[in-house]
Design a protein around this ligand. Structure first.
Ligand code: HEM
Length: 537
């Protein structure tokens, strides 16, 4: 595996760990001894019938015990997913913004693995439920792994990571009866949305057709959080990452989604698998939105607030690369299940921002992998970078690497494995000036929770608006607690009075008579994006 990795070829590295089953193989135990039978447990042979099973049978015990421990915990969120291998190709260098070779070297082809997922459902839940979709990309770059752990919706429910357990608890099935599974149609979900006004923009996206995609191949992907790019001159820019599918953005209609959830719960999983198996490789253009450091405070929203989009009429998207998925996994568990994404995985030339959601995510992913996969999760074939890994981390459950040598610490008398310099490609943190009091605060512009929810509603076509109204009616109709649905109807008047009144009529709540003024500001609809090479569908 290490040889493959040193040759800079992730696929060779994976192939080293991959075996095919053939008729030449003979059945063995995990410790390599050939087995004479897979059918009969060792027993006491009586005169006319077999007696009790013997615990001494190592073959039988290994088979049963290996099976008993096949399951690992499913992901605490995004448990249901599927994925594929592919490649990333840059077609325009952005060396004006970053020195990261993956974003400056147009001759490179970088191997990737992408995992798509729903958020709230368990591992066996249906694909077509109304939910956010994960869109997580691992780039195996020559400088180490870079993960963009994104969603198909550009904003999020919360501004500060400390709220994540609440938003997920409120959205997952209710704690007393685990009803409903993988749906937003319940009291706790809407109770939280009402009480937690910063979620307003996000739940508008959630009630739109974006939350019932036609296919993983027809979804956009967004890094959501604000990252930074650092160029060779040491200048820093804020950046958002965007994937736009070449097939265009398409959704199911709700009736289709409902029927498919029953008739074909693997609809999205199969669609992706079959497209790739048939050589119809899905492709996305890779875009960036960029704000210079000096312009950070120029907008009427805070660019570090993950509940806000950066409207494209103010900050256009520049498309610079392409992602293609072209190989299905060899084995689901060791690749799709064992892959571990971390927002904290960035490569030199890419950095974080003070986005308080991102900062918390940078803690959370590594932490959750420890209980899901164990401390040595980076050694699993799917997670191993394709460049050499050498350090003094040691031991722990399931350690695989055998490191020769007499030292496991730095500094050492041999000068073995010293830290790298910037010139040798070391990650060096951007020297950001930070000063202030220690306090639990939010920036002022974070307090606006409704403007962009209104912007979203205003930007919808009449058909899209009708679908949103229908979605609210369906979801709120499932909340049997009148306090929950009647307060939510009132909340909708903070977005648009007609929306609130129409939904009130459909769910039977009291119709509000006053709403927040709507000045009719629209944003360009993301689904109508044009970019070089886009095809009408
Ligand atoms: C998993 C996206 C916010 C914690 C995931 C996955 C995606 C994702 C795509 C699935 C990864 C996979 O396929 O393996 C996002 C986005 C967020 C967000 C776009 C908001 C911008 C958060 C926050 C936290 C969090 C705020 C915690 C503070 C987790 C955890 C997992 C996860 C614990 C499970 C990871 C695993 O077991 O592999 N997230 N997430 N996420 N996310 Fe997030």
């Amino acid at each position: 595996a290490v040889l493959g990795a040193r040759e800079g070829d992730k696929l060779k590295d994976l192939a080293h760990n991959t075996k095919d089953i053939s008729d030449k193989d003979r059945l063995t135990t995990d410790y390599g001894v050939k087995q004479a039978t897979a059918d009969d447990w060792l027993k006491v042979a009586g005169p006319d019938k077999a007696g009790p099973l013997l615990l001494e049978d190592p073959f039988a015990r290994e088979r049963i015990m290996r099976f008993d421990h096949e399951r690992i915990p499913e992901r605490v969120v995004h448990a249901r997913g599927s994925g594929a291998f592919g490649k990333f190709k840059l077609f325009e260098s952005i060396e004006d913004l970053t020195f990261a070779p993956i974003l400056t070297d147009t001759s490179r082809e970088t191997p990737v693995f992408v995992r798509f997922s729903t958020v709230l459902g368990s591992r066996g839940s249906a694909d077509t439920v109304r939910d956010v979709r994960g869109f997580a990309v691992k780039f195996y770059t020559q400088e180490g792994n870079w993960d963009i752990v994104g969603n198909d919706i550009p904003v999020f429910f919360i501004q500060d990571a400390i709220k994540f357990p609440d938003v997920i608890h409120a959205g997952k099935p209710e704690p007393h009866n685990e009803v409903p599974q993988a749906q937003t149609a319940h009291n706790n979900f809407w109770d939280f949305q009402f009480n937690h006004t910063e979620a307003t923009h996000m739940f508008m996206w959630g009630m739109s057709d974006r939350a019932i995609p036609r296919s993983f191949r027809m979804m956009q992907g967004f890094g959501v959080n604000t990252f930074t790019l650092i160029n060779a001159k040491g200048e820093r820019h804020f950046v958002k990452f965007i994937w736009t599918p070449e097939l265009g953005v398409h959704s199911l209609v709700w009736d289709e989604a409902l029927k498919l959830a029953g008739q074909d719960p693997d609809f999205h999983r199969k669609d992706l698998w079959e497209a790739i198996a048939n050589g119809v490789y899905p492709k996305w253009k890779f875009g960036i939105q960029v704000v210079a450091e000096a312009d950070e405070h120029k907008f009427d929203f805070d660019i570090l607030d993950a509940t806000k989009v950066w409207p494209e009429d103010l900050i256009p998207t520049r498309y610079i690369g392409e992602l293609e998925l072209n190989r299905n996994p060899d084995e689901f568990f060791t690749q799709v299940e064992q892959i571990a994404f971390c927002t904290s995985h960035v490569v030199p030339g890419i950095g974080f921002s003070d986005d308080p959601l991102l900062q918390g995510r940078n803690f959370s992913y590594f932490d959750t992998q420890l209980s899901r996969l164990g401390i040595n999760f980076e050694e699993l074939p799917i997670n191993r970078p394709m460049c050499p890994v050498m350090n003094f981390n040691r031991d722990g459950a399931m350690r695989h690497t055998i490191t020769r040598g007499t030292v496991n610490y730095w500094p050492n008398r041999f000068d073995a494995c010293p830290p790298a310099s910037h010139a040798e490609g070391a990650y060096v943190e951007y020297a950001q000036k930070v000063a202030g009091m220690k306090a639990r605060i939010r920036n002022d512009k974070f307090k606006d929770h409704f403007s962009q929810a209104q912007l979203f509603w205003n930007s919808m076509s009449p058909v899209e608006r009708q679908h949103i109204v229908n979605a609210f009616s369906f979801e709120l109709d499932h909340c049997e607690d009148p306090v929950v649905y009647s307060r939510m109807v009132k909340r909708l008047a903070d977005i648009d009075l007609t929306l609130a009144q129409t939904v009130a009529e459909m769910v039977g709540g009291e119709a509000p008579t006053e709403g927040r003024p709507n000045h009719g500001r629209k944003a360009p609809a993301l689904s109508q994006l044009e970019f070089p090479g886009s095809k009408p569908t």
